[in-house]
Design a protein around this ligand. Structure first.
Ligand code: AMP
Length: 387
């Protein structure tokens, strides 16, 4: 794993794999430009070194021709140009004559952004399948490869892992290094008390992280629909709330193994999932659906958060898409923001909550990669790091 500062980049033609996988609305406006902003440090560093810069990224999944209309990186080129106050040459293809011509004319400090690398998935899964010929082609475009796409670091694709096999020199960019600087100490040597807060719907997605962090954390606070699988495992009535029955045995095993798991003690409930008419209950009945943690749970979780030295949080505390059920997530966000702990938010919904509420600067680190940070904390080795 080479670091960007350790390579001589002066005047080189650098290919930077960035993560510009940003959410777009129906009019193709960027809803959240955090990932673009986080990539600026590496791009500016390369500009200072007089590099010729070629940017590669994916955006969403590309499954059919129609997806090309909504998954173009063109809006990203515009936003990047505004942020850098500099022209960006956007090439509306990933490989071919336009790319070759642009690259043969590239000058020092020019920035070229190629179209969504996953457009080539329509030609036989070339990008996501880490096709050898495509990897060689990407490698032929420059002298040095910089992997700065943390959101993709757990995947082996042509534009991140494939390219690094065929280019002379590769390294990790500042965004990835910052992510590792915050996330690796959590699994190696966290400051105690270390509190992990998990939410969201699926226990099944978080088995690895629960198993690994339960051995390192002092407390595991579980909210969101995930908590109902654990409550049911304890024999507590959860009504018609979302439960993963196939994972009740796993939840039982974890609860038997440790008393570090802290579960909700009250709930914001409704009778119908689409109803906004909620009531707070300590004990659910058969026809209740829990959609958020209640005020007593918020206080309970607060008591653990306030005595922590390290916090890792991933997943919303409730049915976050409906504003009425954002209260638990927002309160947890606000409580963490007032602590002096090292506070890290894994990507996804919880990172979006932190940013939307204006708390980004109050957290030590807001990760740009939800899946990637979870896999790292599961203890898995990530293919994009070992380039
Ligand atoms: P995940 O992908 O597992 O992180 O789950 C995120 C999803 O969990 C979001 O769409 C939330 O709306 C959903 N979620 C969290 N808590 C609840 C709940 N109590 N009932 C239904 N959905 C929930």
């Amino acid at each position: 794993m080479k670091r960007i500062e350790n390579l001589n980049l002066e005047n080189k033609k650098v290919i930077i794999r960035v993560d510009f996988n940003v959410p777009l609305d129906d009019n193709l406006n960027i809803i959240d430009d955090n990932r673009i902003k986080e990539s600026l440090k590496t791009i500016k560093y390369c500009l200072d070194k007089n590099c010729k810069i070629i940017l590669l990224s994916h955006l969403g999944k590309v499954k059919c021709e129609d997806d090309k209309k909504t998954k173009s990186l063109k809006p990203v080129a515009k936003r990047l140009s505004e942020l850098l106050k500099k022209d960006i040459l956007f090439i509306p293809e990933v490989k071919g004559e336009l790319v070759n011509k642009a690259i043969s004319n590239i000058k020092n400090k020019d920035i070229i952004l190629l179209e969504n690398t996953r457009f080539l998935d329509l030609e036989g899964n070339l990008e996501s399948g880490c096709d050898d010929n495509l990897s060689k082609y990407f490698a032929s475009l420059g002298d040095v490869f910089i992997n700065d796409a943390f959101g993709m670091i757990h995947r082996s694709h042509a534009s991140n892992v494939g390219i690094s096999k065929y280019i002379k020199e590769s390294c990790l960019g500042f965004l990835v290094l910052k992510e590792l600087d915050y996330l690796l100490p959590i699994i190696k040597k966290p400051n105690h008390p270390f509190v992990v807060i998990l939410g969201g719907a699926k226990v099944s997605d978080k088995i690895g992280i629960i198993k690994n962090l339960i051995t390192k954390a002092d407390y595991l606070l579980i909210g969101g629909a995930m908590s109902y699988t654990f409550l049911k495992a304890k024999g507590i009535e959860v009504g018609k709330s979302l439960v993963e029955d196939d994972f009740i045995d796993f939840a039982k095993e974890m609860l038997k193994k440790t008393n570090k798991i802290i579960l909700p003690i009250d709930h914001a409930c409704v009778k119908e999932k689409d109803s906004l008419d909620f009531y707070i209950k300590d004990t659910m009945e058969k026809d209740d659906i829990g959609l958020d943690i209640g005020p007593k749970t918020i206080e309970l979780f607060k008591s653990y958060i306030n005595k922590s030295k390290t916090i890792f949080w991933n997943g919303p505390m409730g049915y976050y898409e409906k504003e009425t059920f954002q209260k638990g997530t927002k309160e947890i966000c606000s409580i963490i923001s007032k602590t002096d702990s090292i506070s890290i938010v894994g990507g996804g919904d919880s990172a979006a909550a932190v940013i939307n509420m204006g708390y980004r600067d109050k957290f030590s680190h807001v990760s740009t990669g939800g899946g990637a940070s979870l896999e790292l904390l599961e203890g898995k080795s990530l293919p994009g790091i070992n380039i």
